[in-house]
Write a protein that binds this ligand. Structure first.
Ligand code: NA7
Length: 546
C-alpha cells in the first residue's frame, strides 16, 4: 500500500539552492544531461554526485579486470564530432581507468565540472504539488530545489552483498566488486575466496588467480562465456572508426541492442550442421557479444538457442582439462544469452591452474562465514580475503534507495512494491516532473549503454524544451498508459527466451525478496526509439501536461 503522509521538507533557507533542474549522478547519463539542459536549453542545472569523482558505475567498479563488454569505439558518446575525432581508445575493450579518463576528458572539454557537486549524496527527494517543485536533501544537510528532477543513477549501482551468517566474525578482509577500494587490494600471498560467477566474477577470477596464492571460486550457477579477444587498438583501427562514425552510429541506433552490427537474418535451424558450426566457430574466434548475432533466432527459439548453448558447452570441455571441473562449469539450467552473457579473458583456462579450486554451491551450499573463511555443508575453506562478485540490486535498487516521495507524499518504494511501473521507463504516475534515464521499462541494460542513454537524454531534453515553449509546468505519466506499457514490456520479454532464465538479475531473481518482474524493455532499441518519438510528436500521448 502506498503511504500518503506529507513529506514536504522544512527547507533551511541558508543551505537551499534553487535551480531549473537537478540531476542525480555524474556518469555517462548525468554528464550528457547536464550538457543538454545547460548548454542547449540554457537552464540553471546542478548535478549531485555521491562519489568524489565523476564516472558513475566506472567510479565504483574498480575490481581487478574490470572493463567494458562493449567495444571501446562505440562505448562512448556520439553527440559531439570533436570528441569523437579527438579521443583515442587504447584497447578493444576499455578498462575502468580509461573510461574514467574519457569521461573526465569530455567533462573538461564541455566545462561540465563547475556544475557538478561531488561528495554530495542524495538522501531523499520530495515533490511539492502546490509549487510543482522537487526538493532534494543531501547527506551533508543541503537542500536543492527545482521544477525538474532527473535521476541518472545507473542501473547497476546498488551493490548486492548477500546476507550470509557470520560475515561480521570474519577476521580477514572482504570486498564487493562494485565498491572496490580505490587504492586497490594486494592479493599476493593470500588465500582468496570469490563468490559469484556473473560477468564480474568471470572478468576478475583470472586476474585474482594470477596475483593470489590461492583462489577458491564459489559458483552457484554455471555460466556461458565467450572469449573477449581483447587487444590493443591500432592507428589503422582509429582512423577507420573516425572515418566511419556516421555509419557506426546509424547502425547502432537501428539495431536491437545499440551495437553497431546487424543480427543475422538467418535462422540457426535453416543451415546444415556443418555450416552452423562454421558460423559459430568464426564468431567464437572473433569474440565478444557479437556471438549472439550469429543467427536471428538464438534468443527467440528454444531449438535454435540449443545449438548455440551446445556449441558453447562443448568449448568448455575443450579448454578445461579436468572433466569433472569442466562439467561443474557447464551451464545446464538456462540457455545461452537468456542471462546477460559474459565475455572473458582466460576465464575457463583459470581452472587449469594449480592454485585455483572450484566449489559448486548447488552441491554444497554456504552455511556461514567463520572467523577463518567460508563453511559449506561439506567443509571449511580457509581464506584471507573474500570477494563478493554477487552483483547488484539492479535497475530499481538505485532509484528506490533515493527515498523519493511524489505527489501527495507517495513513496516510490511503495508504488513499486510489486515491481517497477513506468511509462516508457521514463516516468511513473504520481511522480510528476521526475524523469529517469535508462530506468526499468526501457531498453537500458539490454543495450550498449551510451547509445540508450543518449536516446533518453535527448527525449527528456526535448520534452522539457517543449513544455517551456508551451508554458507547461507539470508532466505526469497517466496510470492507464503506464499499465499498458508495463503489459507491453512483459509481452516484449515473453516474445524472447529471456524470462526462461530463472536466476537472472533481469528478473530481480538475485536479490532475495525482490518481486520477480522482467524489468528492461526487450523490444529492441530501434522500436523503442520510434515509440518514444511517436509519443512526443503526438503531443506527449499518455502523459498529463498542465
Ligand atoms: P550478476 O550477473 O548478478 O552475477 C552475480 C553472481 O553472484 C552470480 O553468479 C550469482 O549466482 C552469484 N550470487 C549472487 N548472490 C549469491 C549468493 N547469495 N550466494 C552465492 N552466489 C551468489 O552480477 P555481475 O556483477 O557479475 O554482473 C552484473 C552486470 O554488470 C553484468 O550483467 C553486466 O551487465 C555488467 P546466480 O547466477 O544468481 O545463481
Amino acid at each position: 500500500m502506498a503511504s500518503k503522509e506529507s513529506t514536504a521538507f522544512a527547507v533551511n533557507e541558508q543551505s537551499s539552492h534553487a535551480c531549473d533542474a537537478i540531476i542525480i549522478g555524474a556518469g555517462f547519463s548525468g554528464l550528457y544531461q547536464l550538457h543538454k539542459l545547460r548548454d542547449e536549453l540554457g537552464l540553471d542545472v546542478v548535478v549531485l554526485e555521491k562519489g568524489d569523482g565523476i564516472g558513475g558505475t566506472w567510479f565504483w567498479n574498480r575490481y581487478p579486470g574490470a572493463r567494458c563488454d562493449s567495444e571501446s569505439y562505440y562505448y562512448c558518446y556520439s553527440f559531439n564530432k570533436e570528441i569523437e575525432q579527438e579521443w583515442s581508445w587504447s584497447e578493444r575493450y576499455p578498462e575502468h581507468p580509461e573510461i574514467r579518463k574519457y569521461l573526465n576528458f569530455v567533462a573538461d572539454k564541455l566545462d561540465l565540472k563547475r556544475d557538478i557537486r561531488l561528495n554530495t549524496e542524495v538522501t531523499s527527494a520530495a515533490f511539492d504539488d502546490d509549487a510543482n517543485l522537487w526538493t532534494v536533501q543531501t547527506k551533508n544537510g543541503q537542500f536543492f530545489s527545482a521544477p525538474f528532477l532527473i535521476t541518472a543513477v545507473g542501473c547497476l549501482s546498488t551493490a548486492n552483498v548477500p546476507d550470509i551468517k557470520g560475515l561480521d566474525s570474519f577476521k580477514g578482509q572482504w570486498y564487493h566488486t562494485g565498491l572496490w577500494p580505490h587504492e586497490g587490494v594486494d592479493f599476493s600471498g593470500k588465500r582468496v575466496g570469490q563468490i559469484g560467477t556473473g560477468s564480474t566474477g568471470i572478468q576478475t577470477a583470472p586476474v585474482i588467480a594470477e596475483q593470489a596464492k590461492h583462489l577458491t571460486v564459489f559458483q552457484r550457477t554455471a555460466n556461458y562465456s565467450i572469449p573477449a579477444r581483447n587487444g590493443p587498438v591500432t592507428a589503422d583501427d582509429i582512423k577507420h572508426t573516425r572515418d566511419n562514425y556516421d555509419e557506426i552510429w546509424r547502425l547502432a541506433r537501428a539495431g536491437t541492442n545499440g551495437h553497431p552490427f546487424t543480427i543475422s537474418t538467418r535462422s540457426a535451424l535453416s543451415v546444415s550442421d556443418a555450416e552452423r558450426e562454421e558460423i559459430y566457430e568464426k564468431a567464437w574466434e572473433r569474440g565478444g557479444l557479437r556471438f549472439r548475432a550469429s543467427f536471428s533466432d538464438v534468443l527467440q527459439n528454444v531449438e535454435a538457442n540449443l545449438t548455440a548453448s551446445d556449441f558453447l558447452r562443448d568449448k568448455i570441455k575443450t579448454v578445461v582439462r579436468n572433466p569433472v571441473v569442466a562439467e561443474m562449469l557447464t551451464p545446464r539450467d538456462h540457455g545461452f544469452a537468456t542471462k546477460r552473457p559474459p565475455i572473458d579473458s582466460g576465464y575457463f583456462e583459470t581452472f587449469n591452474r594449480d592454485n585455483v579450486l572450484l566449489v559448486d554451491l548447488k552441491a554444497e551450499p554456504i552455511v556461514e562465514v567463520t572467523a577463518n573463511g567460508i563453511r559449506t555443508t561439506k567443509q571449511d575453506y580457509a581464506l584471507d580475503i573474500i570477494v563478493f562478485a554477487t552483483g547488484f540490486d539492479a535497475l530499481t535498487g538505485p532509484l528506490v534507495n533515493l527515498n523519493i516521495s511524489g505527489s501527495q507524499g507517495i513513496k516510490l518504494k511503495d508504488a513499486w512494491a510489486a515491481g517497477p511501473r513506468t511509462y516508457l521507463g521514463l516516468q511513473s504516475p504520481k511522480f510528476p516532473n521526475l524523469f529517469t534515464i535508462t530506468g526499468p521499462g526501457s531498453p537500458s541494460v539490454l543495450c550498449n549503454m551510451p547509445i540508450a542513454i543518449e536516446q533518453h537524454v535527448d527525449w527528456i531534453t526535448n520534452c522539457i524544451r517543449d513544455m517551456r515553449a508551451n508554458g507547461q509546468k507539470r508532466i505526469e505519466a497517466n496510470t492507464d498508459s503506464t499499465e499498458k506499457w508495463v503489459a507491453h514490456v512483459n509481452e516484449a520479454a515473453d516474445a524472447t527466451l529471456l524470462p526462461m532464465a530463472s536466476s537472472s538479475w533481469y528478473l530481480g531473481a538475485n536479490v532475495p525478496g525482490k518481486p520477480r518482474v522482467f524489468m528492461p524493455y526487450a523490444g529492441g532499441l530501434a522500436r523503442y526509439t520510434s515509440i518514444c518519438d511517436d509519443v512526443a510528436q503526438s503531443g506527449y500521448r499518455g502523459f498529463a501536461l498542465s
